[in-house]
Design a protein around this ligand. Structure first.
Ligand code: MN
Length: 304
């Protein structure tokens, strides 16, 4: 891609600077230098695996999240742009442009943005150590919370190169399993007629799904084990599209999830408390609230 995608982003930046468009241009006066307090203000936001450039990217939800959440520091924990997909299929929507504009508007308004490239946007690794469009690019970094806890922040692909099929297997496996149960009997009859030994399609698929689940938990444990050798309290990563917050030995494993399936972000409040926000819940809840129904369900909150 990457040149094409990059020039799209550069053009967006220029058009953002040139006109207000749908988004507020940053006011020139110093009194407006701080980000505006919107419905939620966090000390830090971590988000990853947005996969801009793919049809799967939930750009509308992310735009809504960015419009309703502000912070002092925003970490983009990799796979923001999907360079792999862009090489084959160019898919860029207005909603995806809106995500880029919203991020640039935050940078212009004084939010510190740190971009840690992942495996799908590895072309961004060429900019490590530089500040591009007001966004700092780093290979990985240490984040210190307001409570003084230290977390290693990185995308997490270095712990596993071949992961793409895990979630796919789990989801497809679920539907396929019931289908397989029905097919299994016919297969049994067929194999018997052909003189072949018994072989269970459903058991085979079940084993595949089990392996996918095992994969996620072994990934989490691998990451946590790697972190124990460092002087940190925990690790914040993305990559496997599975938001999680769990203590593994001495390490607090935090995964901010993704914006393809779960639409989650990890946020830190002024006291250093960390929380995973499931934005789809808030997004739907705000619609319900407008319709006078039940309010949002609050996501898990753990102390720092
Ligand atoms: Mn990744």
């Amino acid at each position: 891609m990457t040149d094409a995608a990059w020039s799209t982003i550069c053009n967006l930046r220029q058009s953002h600077a040139a006109s207000d468009g749908d988004f507020e241009a940053p006011p020139p006066t110093a009194s407006h230098a701080k980000p505006k307090r919107t419905s939620r203000y966090h000390r830090t936001i971590f988000l990853s695996d947005v996969h801009l450039g793919t049809r799967g990217c939930k750009a509308e939800l992310l735009t809504d999240f960015l419009a309703n959440n502000d912070c002092d520091t925003l970490y983009i924990v990799g796979d923001m742009i999907d360079g792999w997909q862009l090489k084959h299929h160019w898919f860029w929507s207005e909603a995806q442009s809106a995500v880029v504009r919203a991020l640039l508007a935050k940078a212009d308004a004084g939010t510190r943005i740190i971009y840690i490239p992942g495996n799908h946007d590895e072309f961004m690794r060429a900019y490590i150590g530089r500040t591009v469009a007001g966004i700092e690019v780093a290979a990985d970094t240490i984040h210190e919370t307001a409570a003084g806890k230290r977390y290693l922040v990185l995308h997490g692909d270095k712990f596993d190169g071949v992961i793409a099929c895990a979630k796919w297997l789990a989801r497809v496996g679920d539907t396929a399993y019931s289908l397989a149960l029905a097919l299994n009997d016919r297969l049994y009859d067929l194999r018997k007629a052909l003189g072949l030994p018994y072989w269970s399609l459903s058991a085979f698929l079940k084993n595949k799904v089990k392996k996918a689940v095992e994969y996620v938990s072994s990934y989490e444990e691998t990451v946590a084990r790697a972190a124990t050798t460092l002087d940190v309290d925990g690790i914040i990563c993305g990559h496997i599209h599975q938001a999680e917050m769990r203590q593994i030995g001495k390490i607090l494993y935090l995964n901010d999830g993704d914006w393809v399936e779960s639409c989650t972000a990890l946020v830190e409040d002024a006291l250093g408390n960390l929380e995973i926000l499931h934005w789809a819940t808030f997004f739907i809840a705000s619609d319900l609230a407008r319709a006078g129904e039940q309010p949002a369900q609050k996501a898990a909150l753990i102390p720092a």
